[in-house]
Design a protein around this ligand. Structure first.
Ligand code: CA
Length: 227
């Protein structure tokens, strides 16, 4: 019945302020204060909304978020941070945040965003992500193309989900590598190419190419351009 919120925030004053306010509004709040306990809570409980501080004691909130999305976690995440640059917002959203709130903020603004995210979660119980004729059910982990199941490794599936989250966007090798592998791209390794080739092989068993190569720029999920 009640909406369950995970609050991951290491600054006691801020955590108390948020938790008290949300409980007064009728939410059930579980509070954790570092990366490991956040990850543990995500693995062992379910929540309707996650409030995640970027700078948590290691692993930080952004790292926990990437890991959570790679493990197919779909609960909406509101990232809380003092970092206000556009590039930081992009990094946060790329890592899988649904929304972004800069400290300091008014409680009313937090509350409005929490309510919006909770409603969104409510409407999407099956959490299917799809583009063209490819779809992945993030709840069950089932991937399919044109209704036929795809037998993907965990890494291929993470790669496919990353493409499905950015249909039609040009994704550089660096960006894909840093998001899906969570490592710096050294420009030398061919790990990415190997995984793309294997993913393509499996996708193209059931239809034309959907992961396009843009020479010198990266990859794009979309139909092939007509000649
Ligand atoms: Ca912090």
């Amino acid at each position: 019945m009640g909406i369950r919120i995970l609050l991951a925030e290491d600054e006691t004053a801020i955590a108390d302020f948020i938790a008290r306010g949300l409980r007064e509004e009728g939410f059930a709040v579980e509070h954790v204060a570092d990366g490991p306990s956040t990850w543990h809570a995500l693995r062992t409980s379910t929540f309707d909304v996650i409030l995640l501080d970027w700078w948590l004691p290691e692993p930080n909130g952004l790292e926990v978020l990437k890991r959570y999305r790679q493990s197919m976690g779909t609960t909406p995440v509101l990232l809380l941070t003092a970092r206000d640059a556009v590039s930081d917002r992009v990094r946060g959203l790329d890592a899988g945040a649904d929304d972004y709130l800069c400290k300091p903020f008014a409680f009313e603004e937090l509350l409005a965003r929490v309510r919006a995210l909770a409603r969104r979660h409510d409407r999407a119980p099956s959490a299917v992500i799809s583009a063209l004729d490819v779809r992945v059910d993030l709840t069950t982990g089932r991937a399919e193309r044109a209704g036929r199941p795809l037998d993907l490794t965990a890494k291929e599936q993470s790669l496919l989900v990353f493409f499905l989250r950015h249909p039609g966007a040009i994704l550089s090798r660096t960006r894909i590598y840093e998001q899906v592998w969570d490592e710096q791209y050294d420009g030398l390794s061919n790990t990415l190419e190997v995984h793309i080739a294997e993913l393509r092989r499996k996708l193209e068993a059931h239809g034309p190419r959907v992961i396009q190569t843009l020479r010198g720029r990266g990859y794009l999920l979309g139909p092939a351009e007509s000649p």
